[in-house]
Each structure stands twice: as C-alpha cells, then as structure tokens.
Design a protein around this ligand. Structure first.
Ligand code: ZN
Length: 315
C-alpha cells in the first residue's frame, strides 16, 4: 500500500526508557504486534545499552527477535556505541541509529563522550556494518539530538548542527535526522534547520524529524516539517514517557494525534486509526499508573471521519 508519510513509532524505546515501570517482555511483544497489525511499518523497539543503566530495555534482543517475525515491519534500535551495534547486528535489527548530541555538554553527561569520540564510534560502527553481506546490512542513521536547543547549553547554533550532520555522513552514516530532545523547537526553526541540514547532507540523506511536545508545539512543528517536505516523523503511542520538565505534557508527540493530523489532511500513513487507538489498552494494562496522553484518543474520531488511508478491502 503506498504511503505519503512514514510514522515511526518510538514508544517501546523512548517512551519506556523514560518511565520507572518495567514493561514485561510479553506485553512489549503484544504492543509491537498490535501496532504493526494496525499498519505501523517502522518501530524503534529498544536500545542496546547496559541493563544496569536502563533495566527497562534489558530485553531488547528478545524484542528484536519477536519484531523480526512481523511481516513488513522495519525493526529499528538505538545504539550508543560499537558494542551496542554489535549486539544490534547479532539480533538482526533492520535499522540502527546512533544519537549524537549537538550539545557537547549533553553528550558528555549522557554517554560520557566528546563529539570526536562519538564520531570515532560512528566510523567503527560503519566499518562493522560494511563487513556484513550487502543483503543483510542494516540502515545506519545518525540522530542529531538536542538539535533545537539544550537544557544544559541553551541555544544551539544552526551552523554547529549542519557541521555535525556532515561529519556523521563522512563517518559513514546512510542518513541523518534531527531530534528535538528537549522540546525547544518552534515551527520557523524547524523549517530553517531542516532546509539547511538537507542542503548540506544531500536530498536523499535527510532521515526525518524526532519531535517532543514539551511546550505543546509538537504538531505545529510537524506541520512546519511537512511544509519543507519532511516525510518521516517519530512519535510515541500515548506520548508514553511524559515530560519531567512539564507535568501534564507528553514527551514524544503522540502517535494517535499525529496519524489523525496526517490522515485528516489527506496524507496516507498506511495506518488504521481505529485499530491504532485500540492498542492503547495493551500499553495501559502493562504499565498501570503511567499516564497516557493524546487528544484524539480522549475525544474520539469525528463523526464521518474520512481517513486518507482506506482499508484495502473497502475500496
Ligand atoms: Zn526523544
């Protein structure tokens, strides 16, 4: 089924790493299966980091193994270093993302590495991936985090973002994406930075946008991205994870609201919104007490709603 916009679900990674509850493996599998069945075609299912640091994601290898059995699903993971990439390759992930914090202060705090060290790590991972037979090679993305501002450094110069985007490509990434890790982005900035980074890395090498809704601008930033032809957006079911800085605000933009926005504008996501809304129950039951966000799930679909994605057998 042709789609216009790729919605990449990151809840099982970004959402789960931000909450204290540990979701049982079986629930993660049910969540991922149900979302794939609703038409979500790319899911970031976990992160290969030491279990000591993120016990919530300690079972990522098993989650990848399950997700790989789902037809048509791109199984993505996050890795902070070469060791994580080795585990990701062994597990059979289809896509590997290494985050590079444009704020070096954030990078040092988050992964205890400078930009130079992270770029070295990126080169090592690229070499490892090239050693795999071409047919089994995962896609390798560099994720420029804190690209729109940093809670430690404040404003991040756009030139620095562009420079590091180019450096990631030179280090062997297939593409680079922009992450508003801190929810600092505004629509004008989104258009400007996407345009600049894409011009520097090349048309086909811009991966997409990872947006947070910390200050309520998440969907406005999506619209800005659409206006400069961004075709991939990350989001999290129920905005799971919340935002430690803004009580009542979701962390990642909410997948259900994103799909509603896109489908109501006539952009096909390939996702059945009714089926997607039903997936929330699995997540709610698996991590009781964790808040789920989203306007569309609360309000329901409008009477006579006509999604752009029509069911195959309804046509
Ligand atoms: Zn995030």
């Amino acid at each position: 089924m042709p789609i216009d916009i790729l919605v990449s679900e990151v809840g099982p990674r970004d959402g789960l790493q931000s909450i204290d509850s540990i979701m049982p493996l079986e629930a993660k599998k049910s969540w991922i299966s149900a979302e794939a069945a609703a038409g979500v075609s790319e899911i970031e299912v976990g992160s290969f980091v030491p279990a000591k640091l993120l016990p919530q994601l300690a079972d990522t290898a098993e989650v990848v193994a399950h997700a790989r059995t789902l037809p048509g699903l791109t199984v993505a993971v996050l890795v902070p270093n070469l060791r994580g990439a080795q585990a990701a390759l062994a597990a059979g992930a289809h896509k590997i993302t290494i985050p590079l914090s444009v704020s070096e202060t954030h990078s040092l705090k988050n992964v205890r590495r400078t930009h130079v060290q992270m770029l070295e790590e990126t080169r090592a991972i690229a070499a490892l991936i090239r050693s795999v037979p071409a047919a089994n090679r995962p896609k390798f993305e560099g994720g420029l985090s804190t690209a729109f501002g940093c809670t430690l450094e404040g404003p991040i110069p756009a030139d620095r973002v562009v420079e590091l985007g180019v450096a990631l490509m030179e280090a062997g990434c297939d593409e680079v994406g922009l992450s508003d890790t801190t929810g600092y982005a505004n629509p004008a900035q989104v258009k400007d930075l996407v345009t600049r980074v894409r011009a520097a890395v090349g048309e086909g090498a811009f991966a997409g946008l990872h947006l947070h809704n910390t200050r309520g601008l998440g969907l406005a930033n999506v619209l800005a991205g659409l206006e400069v032809d961004v075709t991939t957006f990350d989001s999290s079911l129920g905005g799971l994870g919340g935002c430690p800085f803004a009580p009542g605000a979701s962390g990642n933009i909410v997948t259900e609201d994103l799909v509603f926005l896109l489908e109501s504008m006539g952009l096909r996501t390939g996702i059945d919104l009714s089926r997607l809304l039903a997936v929330r129950r699995i997540v709610a039951e698996a991590v009781p007490g964790e808040e789920l966000y989203g306007f569309t799930p609360d309000a329901g679909l409008p009477l006579g709603f006509q999604p752009a994605t029509q069911e195959v057998d309804a046509a």
